[in-house]
Design a protein around this ligand. Structure first.
Ligand SMILES: CC(C)(COP(=O)(O)OP(=O)(O)OC[C@H]1O[C@@H](n2cnc3c(N)ncnc32)[C@H](O)[C@@H]1OP(=O)(O)O)[C@@H](O)C(=O)NCCC(=O)NCCS
Length: 348
């Protein structure tokens, strides 16, 4: 019963009734057989008669306890009983079940039923021949996150152009400055197999009290130079940039970068990671809703935003919605959600 190939072979050879004697000692075992019996009745468009042992024979160890219920099961289609059960007995009582098996109906339904699983199953092997089975490598095995090195600058600039074709890329001068002020905060994610840099993240430490909620990105990053990095007073890791090449998005590279950032915040004893999440999908909704309402809808999963939804799923929460964050960004129209991840190790 639990090996579908056998019943299918019999059905293809013309079998219309499958008789299943079964012996199970508990309800779970019985249901395993029963559910499989339903499946065989449906996929092969046949009657299945399950006859199971009930009662107890204490002197025979193999059948000292039995759990069972007799039944006659049918395909699940209009021509048959409404719930696919033609007749069934009472669980754990010796019962005889009686039902009329219309074998002509089986033949008809196999040719013209609502669904034709037996007939259509002939195409299964052809279908499988055209299917590519993809094995998914866990992202931590596929990707390596490491500190940015000078040799990566060229790849980062190319990456910026591919992710934001209409905006100026980070310049090698800025990247050098990041490396000088805070080398540990600069990371690239590399595909282990090819050595290709597929994403990068840039961060600095700030003292949250030095900045207003509405502070634009260029002030938080000192015009992209990070020279305001403040490891003495600061307890906040500020995420100034994170990006993954479009060809590699959705394969876990971004998650690895976020994980590496969390580990950095923990290692340095920082209280939080803060970032401005530009509202990438807002331009599609701004005619009908405010940025605040848009963010609430994203939080409630009514709208999916390509950036904010991802960040909320990584454990960040929204603390404020601001305007004028990235003024030249047509997608967010300058709106951003100030988001924070709290270091659980610093709560105590
Ligand atoms: C935001 C961004 C960095 C996310 O990076 P990413 O590499 O696509 O992120 P991931 O692949 O780790 O995760 C994306 C989704 O794919 C899923 N995913 C991860 N690995 C996967 C895999 N192997 N197979 C299928 N799905 C996978 C993740 O679970 C996630 O979905 P979820 O949020 O519903 O959980 C990336 O989209 C990007 O660079 N965007 C443009 C730049 C940008 O907006 N940056 C942020 C500025 S504020």
């Amino acid at each position: 019963m639990e090996f579908p190939e056998i019943a299918r072979t019999a059905a293809r050879a013309g079998a219309t009734v499958l008789i299943v004697p079964s012996c199970t000692d508990d309800r779970q075992g019985f249901l395993r057989v029963r559910y499989c019996a339903h499946a065989r009745a449906i996929e092969n468009q046949m009657f299945v008669i399950q006859s199971s042992t009930v009662g107890s024979l204490p002197m025979v160890p193999a059948v000292s306890l039995n759990y069972g219920q007799a039944s006659i099961l049918t395909p699940s289609d209009f021509a048959f009983s409404r719930d696919g059960i033609l007749a069934e007995g009472i669980p754990n009582q010796e019962t005889m079940v009686i039902g009329e098996l219309n074998l002509k109906l089986i033949a008809e339904q196999r040719a013209s039923g609502t669904v034709l699983p037996l007939l259509d199953s002939q195409k299964t092997s052809q279908l499988l021949a055209d299917v590519d089975l993809v094995s998914v490598t866990p992202s931590e095995e596929r990707y390596l996150v490491r500190k940015t090195e000078t040799k990566d600058f060229e790849a980062i600039v190319a990456l910026c152009r591919d992710v934001y074709p209409d905006s100026p890329s980070w310049s090698p001068v800025q990247l050098k400055s990041h490396q000088e002020v805070f080398p540990e905060g600069q990371m690239v994610v590399e595909e282990r197999e090819t050595g290709r840099v597929v994403g990068f993240a840039a961060s600095l430490i700030i003292d949250r009290d030095d900045y207003d909620w509405a502070t634009p990105w260029r002030i938080f990053t000192d015009n992209g130079m990070f020279t305001n990095h403040d490891p003495e007073k600061g307890k906040t890791l500020y995420g100034a940039e994170i990006m993954v090449h479009p060809d590699s998005q959705g394969t876990g590279a971004g998650t690895e970068l976020y994980r590496a950032r969390e580990n950095l915040a923990k290692r340095l004893g920082l209280k939080r990671i803060r970032a401005g999440a530009r509202l990438r999908g807002y331009h599609q909704h701004h005619a009908t809703m405010s940025a605040d309402d848009y963010v609430r809808a994203v939080e409630r999963k009514k709208i999916w935003d390509p950036t904010l939804s991802f960040q909320l799923n990584r454990g960040f929460s929204v603390v404020r919605v601001v305007s004028g964050y990235l003024n030249h960004d047509p997608e967010s129209m300058g709106y951003a959600a100030v988001i924070e991840w709290k270091n659980p190790e610093m709560k105590k």
